[in-house]
Design a protein around this ligand. Structure first.
Ligand code: ATP
Length: 260
């Protein structure tokens, strides 16, 4: 689905990504982790073809990113940004319907009736009751769910998520990740998610890319990446890493200096 070949990117002469190379297979849940400023969002911009690499290539569905037409791309690639919904005055349902734009003709009409699809998505995300409320009357967590509903209405094959759990409490974090995961499995879609929470990344991602200062430290399964030596090298902390008794995936406990 995605092939990144020796990609480099800099802004105003400052190198932000160096020699990045990895693949994401169709149907994978792929995570990108790394400290602040390590280049995660920049990499996501290159993967969504919003920006171009300085050197190297990005292949999306067998074609180089810049060779795709924007409207064609929008029919199978969706991006959920950290703050996805600035529009004021629109109702929840109207915003979710905007996800159908790539399927509409220039007259704004769609061949099929998308109402049942929208109803189903609103139901799945617990937004049915809120569908006629305008966005400014929603909490941060509710808005985040509307953003997800909109990208789900787009029915993408590839969904890129930039820190989807920012602004969410732990209950909604798990709910959002579970919803995306269930949807991804049902639709056999591919998900690439930038995540700050390493425990969530371990629970949900098939494989993870670890970045540090624009360099690729490694790509692998959670157990291969969430190791004490690598976390120390990249984040400068020494967590305790345990095997989750239920999921058998690595989970991190943080150590504070206050009792030492
Ligand atoms: N448009 C831009 N112009 C100049 N510098 C930029 C631009 N976008 C990003 N950068 C710089 O590139 C580096 C990587 O930024 P990026 O947002 O990709 O990191 P990140 O890993 O997503 O960070 P965070 O976890 O804090 O969101 C940072 O030093 C940032 O200041």
């Amino acid at each position: 689905m995605i092939r990144v070949v020796d990609v480099w990117k800099s802004y105003n002469g400052k190198s932000v990504l160096q020699d990045i190379a990895f693949e994401v297979k169709p149907g994978e849940f792929f995570g990108i982790i790394g400290p602040n400023g390590s280049g995660k969002s920049t990499l996501l911009k290159l993967l969504s073809a919003v920006e171009a690499a300085d050197r190297g290539q990005i292949w999306l569905r067998g074609k180089q990113a810049e060779a795709h037409q924007r409207k064609d791309l929008a029919a199978w690639l969706a991006v959920l940004q950290q703050e996805p919904l600035p529009s004021i005055g629109f109702s929840v349902r109207e915003v979710v319907e905007m996800g159908r734009f790539p399927y509409q003709s220039w007259l704004g009409t769609e061949r099929g009736d998308s109402a049942p699809l929208i109803d189903g998505i609103l139901q799945t995300l617990g937004l049915t009751e809120l569908q006629h409320r305008t966005l400014e009357k929603l909490s941060g967590g509710e808005k985040q769910r509307v953003g997800l509903a909109k990208v789900m209405a787009q029915e993408p094959e590839l969904l890129l998520l930039d820190e989807p759990t920012t602004f969410l409490d732990i209950g909604y974090q798990i709910q959002l990740m579970d919803t995306v995961h269930r949807w991804q499995r049902a639709e056999q879609a591919t998900v690439v998610a930038v995540l700050h929470d390493l425990n969530l990344a371990s629970l949900y991602c098939d494989r993870i890319l670890l970045l540090d200062k624009g360099r690729q430290i490694g790509v692998g399964k959670p157990g291969e990446l969430l190791r004490e030596d690598l976390i120390y090298e990249v984040y400068g902390i020494r967590p305790i890493i345990l095997d989750h008794p239920f999921h058998h995936l690595p989970q991190m406990l943080l150590r504070s200096a206050k009792d030492s």
